[in-house]
Design a protein around this ligand. Sequence first.
Ligand code: S3P
Length: 184
Amino acid sequence: MVLTGTQNEFELVKPVFFIGFMGSGKTSVTRHLSEHHGFDSIDADDYLVQQEGRSIADIFEADGESHFRDLETRYLRELAQGSPKLVSCGGGVVTRPENVHIMRDSGFVVYLHTTAEESSARIPDSSTRPLFKDLNNARDLLAQREPSYIEAADVQIDTVGRSVPDIAAETLGALRGAGVVTAR
Ligand code: S3P
């Protein structure tokens, strides 16, 4: 399920991990960068679901969050290896310090910042996200995680009120500026 870019305009020097709260646009932005600029990209949750053969909601329900987090770490380690790609991570990836080490040791970390209000508006159907309940819960969870997102990130991009192409353009500029992306 790796999206393979076709334009080969740029080259990735190392993997780039996109972190941020549910609904911050990680998947849309990585997909946009893949489709428009030729980067290989993958959604870490989709990869986990594909490998396990069941949905995230099913994993949470049958085995609990802690088991889901174990799987998340296992597959994150796999995605950090191999040819460099854009990796869109699940919103809770920073809850385990081990995951932050994996991302920072192997690649570059982009934090897509959003607010609980915006994220709630972007997630009209939360049935596939066991940890997204309502606006109040989103506010609490985001406040709890925000310091970890900031600490894990090499760069932070604000997404509030902005379009995916706009966010993707700023991200690409930041990646080029940091030398993580080079022109072919
Ligand atoms: C989670 C976010 C989800 C998914 C799982 C747990 C979280 O990913 O990994 O439901 O703890 O914030 P998205 O951020 O892609 O929705």
